[in-house]
Design a protein around this ligand. Structure first.
Ligand code: FAD
Ligand code: THG
Length: 818
């Protein structure tokens, strides 16, 4: 890029649905002018998903980021109007419960709303009837009312934003079909259409469910699956006769039957997720055809299939008896995008620089997404945490067409299900397994899934150990899911004897080359200029000082480092910044890792090796290449569970041998295999943060409690300038350790925390601390002194907790450093 284009980059956006229009507006609002939006269909309703979206906006989601997107959409659309008609109709939202399980879940959703700042309250069946007089309240147990939700007028909002962007210099060209993306040296250079070529420094695919088609032109995977979803309108209802407003009652969800409702004057509009998944091939959809413009269906609209609708229609009539006297007047099977994890696909592609995605975005989140992507493009970073949405979050194994199709379809099915936070998808499994998988199965591992990996949560083989425990408090049915008292036994065995943990899914990067040290020094916050053999805990910060990740960096040789990382985004971030004399490689697949931790770890490992594993010969946070039995390992003396021991790495082919060697030698020490459930408990007792849960790039290291890993006296690292400013001011919030007062109480994460009776923050992660005999919860809260009392809201109940001093366990580190 020449410097002139750098200051005034040329941007081409593909697609003028709600996403493309919002993005053009947010980019021009930030001073970028040279914006061209190419759209194959005719504006203002070009025929994508936006053209007929009924526009329901329920803001509340388990995801803080999605909720923030939705809040911004509501705020923005409320301020936009076309010809005096507002782009948002704030009729409120109402979610109904017809089962006890759903009612409990609504309490949980009310908790999310409070945590993320959305107004809402649980209401009685009678109040539901008041809000929606047509429902039969005898089938309803209660509801969740959110007065600030409502209806987005999606086409109007697209037009309004198009107009604003046009005023500031953007141009919108409809009836331009994109047919190719040109590139040179790994960068995008131009977009080809049936009516000419458009040079571009940045191209954003906002093509909705056509994303994979545009992606293929660019050589970029776009892991989304389009599915059809039924939407229908009834005939006029006498009960609604005379309605002057388009809608006056809250948008309504009946999730127990996978249905939602809105008014269209005196008709009712109904959407259903109850039918079987109806996947659509985005490559098979006919392009807009000018010659047939008048008789052509919109490409995103398929004929209504009555047989898929029939069962739902019965459910509608049960809830709203007035529907028994009417019929569906019109309906269609409308297509939109689903991703393997239900989250949008945002960000610049790793495969092609300058090629961005803003895909799989609901109308609900559109303005918030547009703002975040525009910030990202213009400033290099968004002001809110996007890690759940980043395109780079998927592993190689999660991008195959069959994975995307299976998971996408499953997302459709589960859209309104009551989902436990730990509940894994059932298919396709198993996908990735460690070399110890066979042994884990023999030991009765209960697996959950993460990043495609099978991860033992606990081992049934350890059940006999439960008898020797002090009684573990009984749990409510919800927190007892995906949990077993066996985790307590595994935690105890780790604290008292020794345990093997499968750490294979922990992401490992190798950074090599003459520039490796200088590069890592520049990219991270701690000092890595140490002799080979040193391991350092350090942070990846962004320019604003936000925590992008926390890493361990082992200097294995002068020019060779092994990095323990978090998400695939870390690989992307490092690769993106690496100079030519530095090579960054993900070595996770093909290698494996066992954590051997507990007071007897040394007794277990030392006899297996001629290398010195004594405290003097192998100090804390040191690394060594050694042999354990027949197996060459890289050993690192550190422990996320806060006990003496090592992470032992080897190649995958030798993994099983390593496991068996340790297992055999461990018998006399009472070794156990231990799972993630115990692991999470132990690390919280130790106060070790989990990146992505406890802290993200929204937080600086000081408030997150990892300021000890920042060396301000070091010469120049990313984020240092910003931290100079930040380190001078007093923090206003802090990642705060809490202990629940009642030894039998538990919370799970994301619950709101009340201080002096008012919501003040939210829990990040929580687990019962088996050593402490209390549930540990970390929460983002205003700065509070140790001993302060707070309340955590769990299913509508207020549970007492107390701010603690950290670390809660072994503050003098006597267990690790010996
Ligand atoms: P689109 O609106 O599909 O826009 C993409 C544009 O790209 C299209 O106009 C297309 O013509 C253009 N394009 C594609 N290929 C090319 C090419 N090669 N060259 C040029 N242009 C191209 N969301 C909610 O938030 N609330 C709801 O209540 C809701 N209900 C829904 C109900 C139905 C029946 C459907 C179908 C969807 C619903 N959605 C809802 C989802 C929502 O409509 C979509 O997620 C959203 O509209 C997607 O917007 P978009 O701009 O990303 O995509
Ligand atoms: N092992 C390895 N790499 C990792 C992790 C791991 N990288 C990602 C993630 N986990 C990083 N998180 C932590 C958190 C805490 C510690 C290590 C990795 C830790 N902290 C000590 C403490 O805070 O007292 C020591 C810090 C220090 O001495 O600087 O051990 O699990 N390989």
């Amino acid at each position: 890029m020449s410097s002139t284009t750098e200051s005034r980059p040329r941007v081409v956006i593909v697609g003028a649905g709600i996403m493309g229009c919002s993005l053009a507006d947010e980019l021009t609002a930030r001073g970028w002018r040279d914006i061209t939006v190419l759209e194959q269909g005719p504006l203002p309703a070009p025929g994508g998903s936006t053209s007929h979206a009924p526009g329901l906006v329920f803001q509340t989601s388990p995801s803080k980021t999605l909720t923030a997107f939705a809040r911004y959409t509501v705020e923005k659309f409320n301020s936009l109007a076309v010809d005096g008609v507002s782009c948002f109709d704030q009729v409120g939202g109402l979610e109904l419960a017809t089962t006890a399980e759903r009612l409990a879940d609504l309490h949980r959703r009310a908790g999310y709303a409070t945590s993320w700042g959305v107004r809402g309250e649980i209401v009685s069946a009678a109040r539901c009837k008041e809000l929606w007089p047509l429902i039969d309240e005898s089938v309803v147990l209660g509801g969740f009312h959110t007065p600030d939700d409502g209806l987005a007028r999606a086409v109007l909002a697209a037009r309004a934003q198009q107009a604003r962007a046009t005023e500031k210099g953007a141009r919108f060209l409809d009836r331009h079909t994109v047919t190719g993306i040109e590139r040179e040296n790994g960068r995008v250079t131009a977009v080809v259409t049936d009516r000419g070529t458009f040079l571009a420094d940045h191209v954003v695919s906002a093509a909705g469910f056509w994303g994979p088609v545009i992606g293929r032109m660019a050589g970029v995977d776009v892991p989304l699956q389009p599915l059809a979803h039924q939407y229908a309108r009834t005939k006029r209802l006498p009960e609604l006769a005379g309605a002057r407003a388009e809608a006056s009652k809250p948008i309504l969800r009946h999730q127990d039957r996978d249905l939602y409702f809105r008014e269209h004057h005196d008709r009712v509009g109904i959407g259903s997720y109850a039918h079987k998944p109806l996947p659509v091939d985005p490559f098979a959809i006919l392009p807009y055809d000018e010659a047939r413009a008048n008789d052509m269906e919109m490409p995103s609209s398929f004929p209504f299939t009555d047989e898929d609708w029939a069962p739902s229609w019965e459910d509608c009539r049960e809830l709203i008896p007035a529907l028994r006297d009417t019929e569906i007047e019109e309906g269609f099977n409308g297509v939109f995008s689903f991703t393997p994890d239900g989250m949008p696909l945002l960000g610049e592609s790793r495969q092609l620089r300058g090629f961005w995605l803003a895909e799989a975005v609901w109308v609900t989140h559109s303005a918030g997404v547009a703002k975040a992507v525009a910030e990202w493009m213009v400033d290099g970073r968004a002001s809110i945490d996007l890690h759940e949405c980043e395109l780079t979050r998927f592993e190689e194994a999660q991008r195959s067409p069959s994975y995307v199709r299976e998971r996408g379809s499953r997302q459709f099915v589960e859209v309104y299900d009551v989902l436990h936070p730990l509940q894994p998808m059932e298919q396709p499994r198993p996908l990735r397994v460690s070399p110890f998988y066979a042994r884990q199965r023999e030991l009765g591992a209960r697996f959950l899934e993460g990043g495609g990996w099978e991860r033992p949560h606990w081992y049934e083989a350890n059940a006999p150990l439960v008898d020797a425990l002090a009684p573990v408090p009984e749990r409510d049915a919800w927190s007892a899911r995906y949990w077993s008292p066996i985790a307590a036994a595994e935690a105890k065995a780790t604290r008292e004897r020794v345990a093997l943990y499968d750490m294979t899914p922990l992401r490992r990067l190798e950074v090599t080359g003459p520039g490796a040290l200088g590069f890592l020094q520049h990219m991270t916050s701690n000092n890595l200029r140490k002799k080979p053999g040193a391991v350092t805990y350090t942070l990846l910060l962004d320019e604003a000082g936000g925590v992008r990740s926390d890493l361990t960096v082992a200097r294995l040789a002068v020019d060779r480092f092994q990095v323990g990382a978090n998400s695939p985004a870390d690989l992307d971030w490092l690769t993106r910044h690496a100079p030519d004399d530095v090579h960054v490689r993900d070595i996770t697949s093909g290698t494996c890792c066992i954590g051997v931790w507990g007071p007897l770890a040394r007794d277990l490992v030392q006899p297996l090796t001629r290398d010195d594993f004594s405290h003097e010969g192998f100090g804390y946070f040191r690394a060594k290449e050694a042999h354990v039995g027949h197996v060459p390992v890289t050993a690192m003396r550190l422990s996320y569970v806060g006990e003496l021991g090592w992470e032992l790495y080897t190649s995958a082919d030798l993994g099983l041998r390593l496991w068996d060697t340790l297992w055999e030698a461990g018998r006399e020490h009472g070794v156990v295999a231990a799972g993630r459930s115990a692991f999470n408990s132990l690390r919280l007792e130790k106060g070790y943060r989990a990146w992505g849960v406890d802290m993200t790039d929204e937080h600086n290291p000081y408030e997150a409690g990892v300021g000890f890993a920042v060396r301000m006296d070091k010469d120049g690292f990313v984020g240092q300038e910003a931290l100079r400013e930040i380190s001078r001011s007093e923090p206003t919030r802090r990642l705060t350790p809490l202990l629940l007062d009642d030894p039998a109480a538990v919370v799970l994460g994301k619950e709101p925390v009340h201080v002096d009776g008012a919501p003040a923050g939210y829990v990040t992660s929580a687990s019962y601390g088996y050593t402490l005999g209390r549930c540990v919860a970390y929460a983002w809260l205003p700065v509070l002194p140790a001993g302060a009392g707070v309340h955590i809201e769990y299913f509508g109940e207020k549970i007492r907790a107390t701010v603690a001093d950290e670390p809660l366990f072994d503050p003098k580190m006597t267990r690790i450093r010996r």
